[in-house]
Structures are given as structure tokens and as C-alpha cells.
Design a protein around this ligand. Structure first.
Ligand SMILES: Cc1cc2nc3c(=O)[nH]c(=O)nc-3n(C[C@H](O)[C@H](O)[C@H](O)COP(=O)(O)OP(=O)(O)OC[C@H]3O[C@@H](n4cnc5c(N)ncnc54)[C@H](O)[C@@H]3O)c2cc1C
Length: 412
């Protein structure tokens, strides 16, 4: 009896990090491995009563299908606004008119919008509640270290506990400590840009339109939320963003109006705007001994195409499927074959999306009129090719290539 209580707590999998990636992975593994399996999500932030993230994410169709299959979507659907159309302009700040160079109708299948805007806090809080209801342990502490071994990984938590796990998922964000501890390097750079995020109320309805103005300082996106509200992602060089945020609210509103325009009537800033520094980062490997990197710990990209967490959720779908298939065959879920399968599945897609978002940001950041002319001709060509547009939409929705089951809306 005495000896048994000395044995470390044993989990099938521990998620280090309970952001959108860590929580959705825990829910997916619960579905795949069933009620007999034991999971924990360790994150010091889980001691907060509610999320304070003021961002909203464009959740692409594939990610929405995953949330539906996991029972998350029914809890957030009331706060999700479908994107019915997307318009892209290439303009300067002072331009009197901003002609639309590229537009997308918002459906991947008849009646299925290619994305919905959902506040991050709504998603985070809904998944936390669901994780509790499904018996996933939420440990309000950080993973401080780990030592992998043939039978499992021995973890050291900051609160002193030392549980063991067959699989450790590093879902601990862009500055992943676990990635560093595993000796996995990154390729990356700063964009020297920050994204100012805020919620704006406006007089007239937005009609479900998402608009992205490619301005010389960086993209300025208006993304529809429920009611007469938009989420703004406004990219500026880092010093300019800091200067803008230091302005009195009335002057910030004037600057905002110059970019937002008057089409939706009077506007009002509804929360306290925040700036997020932007960079590109790609881990040199997504796996190590009994360890998988998931979400921003594996890749961080520019929010220009609203793809960051969508890529993280594709990681979740692929890893959960590889683990579930292995468990059903009675194999070790943290074994090298499972992890290799995950890495092969995710590596190419991630690199391709990382390169595409990096290239877009650079292309639209070029200020010369000659470059502007060439890119506008390019956008004009894409605009005239419906098959190419529909390919882009399916790909951005996470439905291109060999999608894991959850992204097709199928349970594991
Ligand atoms: C301005 C902006 C707009 C964006 N818009 C979109 C969008 O529209 N669509 C989209 O798909 N993506 C978007 N993204 C990207 C998206 O927000 C991120 O990809 C996503 O939040 C990353 O989630 P994550 O769970 O991987 O990491 P995080 O959200 O960073 O979570 C990591 C968690 O790990 C915890 N943690 C850290 N260290 C440890 C440790 N040692 N042990 C335990 N826990 C630890 C932290 O407390 C944190 O809670 C946007 C990003 C920005 C900056």
C-alpha cells in the first residue's frame, strides 16, 4: 500500500500549455482513446477564472468541422459570425477610393462558409469547461523539465509534482521552453511589425464581409463579429504601433477612421487595444523522444491570412489520429513510428503555408509603384480564374490534400 502511493501519477498524455492548441488536443485524445485514458493539461494560466484574450480568430471550415466533431462548436456557435465574402484592396493611406482587386465568396461547399470569426476568449472558456466535464485534469502549473525513457517521460512540474506520461505534447506557444529543452532549434525572424488588435462597433451592418486593405505600412483587416461589430487587426512597424497606442483615445479613433473608412457609419472602439509583435518561426523538427510540438510551439506565422491557429488545429487533428490509430493496434502512443507519422503529415503543409504568408507580407510591403502595378495585375488575374480561387479557398480552409478525419468532421 505504502509503495503504491509513492508511485508517480501516470498519464497517457500530458499537454504542456492550455491555449487553443493544448485544450483541443486534449479533447481530441479523449475522443480517440476513450474514458479509460488519463490526460492532463498543465498551464499556470488555467488558474484564471476566464480568458482575457481580446483577439478573435478566423476559424476556417476544416477547423470548424474539427470543433463540431469534438462537441465544442455547439458551445460557441452563438458567438460565431460567418464570413460570407472577402475583399482585398491594394491602396495607399490617402487614396480617395480603394478598388477591390480580389474577392472571394465565402463558401467551401454549398451552405458552408469558408470561415467564421470567433472571439478567442469564447473558444478558450468553452474548451476549458468541456475539458473539465470530460475528466481532463487541468493543472495550474508549468512543466519545468522532463526526461524521456523507454517506458515513458518523467515530468517535473513547477509545483513540485513529478508525474509520468507516455506522450508529452509541447503546446506552450511561440517561446516554447519544452522545444528548447529538447534541443530543437528554430528558423525565424522578426517582421519588425506589430498587430494592433481591437473591437470596433459601427452604425451599419457589415453584411458578413471581411475586408483586408494592403496598405504600405502593413495589412489592415476588418473582420466581422456578431452584431454591428468588427475585430480589427492593424499592422504597423513596431515603433509606429507603440506611438499609436500611446495616443489619446479620440486621436486613435481618428487614425482608425482614416483606414476603416466611413462606409459603415460612425465607429467606436469598444475595448482596450493591444499590440502583438509579429515574427516568423519554424521549428527544425516537430518531434523528439516522446515529445511532439503542436501549434505555435512548432510554427508561428504572420496573421496576414488568419492561419496561425488553423495550422495548430491541423496539427491537433493529425497527431490525435496518429495516436488513436496506434492505440487501437495496441502500440506505444509515444513511440517513434507514431511521432514520425505526425511529423511527415504536418511538415510540408506547414512549410508551404509559412512561405506563402511570409511572401504575401513581403510582396505587399514593397512600396514602389512598379511593384504595386505588377501585384495588382497578378491579383486581377487570380480574380478572373474561378477554379484557382476555389482551390485557394479549399486550401486555406484546411480541406486540401490528405485531411485528417477530424478536419473532415468525422469522429476519431
Ligand atoms: C494579432 C493576431 C491575430 C491572429 N489571428 C488569427 C486568426 O484570425 N486565425 C488564426 O488561425 N490564427 C490567428 N492568429 C494566431 C493564433 O492566435 C495563434 O496561432 C494561437 O493563439 C496559438 O495558440 P497555441 O495554443 O499554440 O499557443 P498559445 O496561445 O501561445 O498558448 C500557449 C500556452 O502555453 C502556456 N505555457 C507556456 N509555457 C508553459 C510551460 N512551460 N508549461 C505549461 N504551460 C506553458 C501559456 O501560459 C499559454 O497559455 C493570430 C495571431 C495574432 C498575433
Amino acid at each position: 500500500m505504502q509503495q503504491q502511493s509513492m508511485r508517480p501519477r501516470r498519464y497517457d498524455a500530458v499537454m504542456a500549455g492550455g491555449g487553443l492548441a493544448g485544450l483541443s488536443l486534449a479533447l481530441a485524445l479523449r475522443q480517440g482513446l476513450g474514458d479509460g485514458a488519463r490526460f492532463a493539461v498543465a498551464d499556470p494560466a488555467s488558474s484564471r477564472p476566464a480568458s482575457t484574450d481580446l483577439r478573435a480568430s478566423a476559424i476556417a471550415a476544416g477547423a470548424r468541422r474539427l470543433f463540431e466533431a469534438l462537441g465544442v462548436w455547439e458551445r460557441v456557435a452563438g458567438e460565431a459570425e460567418p464570413i460570407l465574402a472577402m475583399e482585398i484592396t491594394d491602396s495607399k493611406l490617402g487614396d480617395a477610393a480603394r478598388p477591390v482587386f480580389l474577392s472571394f465568396d465565402g463558401e467551401v461547399e454549398p451552405g458552408e462558409p469558408f470561415a467564421h470569426m470567433v472571439p478567442n476568449a469564447v473558444l478558450q472558456d468553452a474548451m476549458t469547461e468541456l475539458a473539465r466535464a470530460r475528466g481532463i485534469e487541468l493543472l495550474p502549473t508549468r512543466v519545468a523539465g522532463f526526461t524521456p525513457g523507454p517506458a515513458g517521460t518523467a515530468l517535473r512540474l513547477a509545483d513540485g509534482a513529478e508525474p509520468a506520461a507516455s506522450l508529452l505534447a509541447a503546446c506552450d506557444g511561440a517561446r516554447s521552453k519544452l522545444r528548447a529543452l529538447a534541443g530543437i532549434g528554430v528558423t525565424g525572424w522578426s517582421y519588425h511589425q506589430s498587430a494592433i488588435v481591437m473591437t470596433v462597433g459601427h452604425e451599419r451592418p457589415h453584411g458578413g464581409r471581411a475586408i483586408e486593405h494592403f496598405l504600405p505600412a502593413g495589412p489592415f483587416a476588418l473582420l466581422p463579429l456578431t452584431g454591428n461589430r468588427c475585430s480589427i487587426v492593424w499592422t504597423e512597424p513596431t515603433e509606429a504601433a507603440a506611438r499609436l497606442l500611446a495616443l489619446p483615445r479620440v486621436l486613435l479613433r481618428d487614425e482608425l477612421e482614416q483606414r476603416f473608412g466611413l462606409e459603415l457609419g460612425e465607429i467606436e472602439i469598444l475595448d482596450a487595444p493591444r499590440a502583438f509583435p509579429l515574427g516568423f518561426q519554424m521549428a527544425r523538427a516537430f518531434i523528439s523522444d516522446r515529445l511532439a510540438l503542436v501549434g505555435d510551439a512548432a510554427h508561428t506565422i504572420h496573421p496576414i491570412a488568419g492561419q496561425g491557429i488553423n495550422m495548430g488545429l491541423r496539427d491537433v487533428a493529425a497527431l490525435a489520429e496518429a495516436v488513436t490509430d496506434a492505440a487501437r493496434l495496441g502500440l506505444d502512443i509515444g513511440g517513434p513510428d507514431v511521432l514520425e507519422r505526425y511529423q511527415r503529415w504536418r511538415r510540408f503543409d506547414t512549410l508551404a503555408m509559412g512561405a506563402a504568408t511570409d511572401g504575401l507580407n513581403r510582396l505587399f510591403g514593397m512600396r514602389s509603384d512598379a511593384v504595386r502595378l505588377v501585384r495588382d495585375v497578378g491579383l486581377g488575374l487570380v480574380e478572373r480564374l474561378p477554379a484557382l480561387k476555389s482551390f485557394f479557398i479549399r486550401d486555406a480552409a484546411g480541406l486540401g490534400g490528405q485531411s485528417p478525419r477530424l478536419l473532415r468532421g468525422e469522429a476519431l
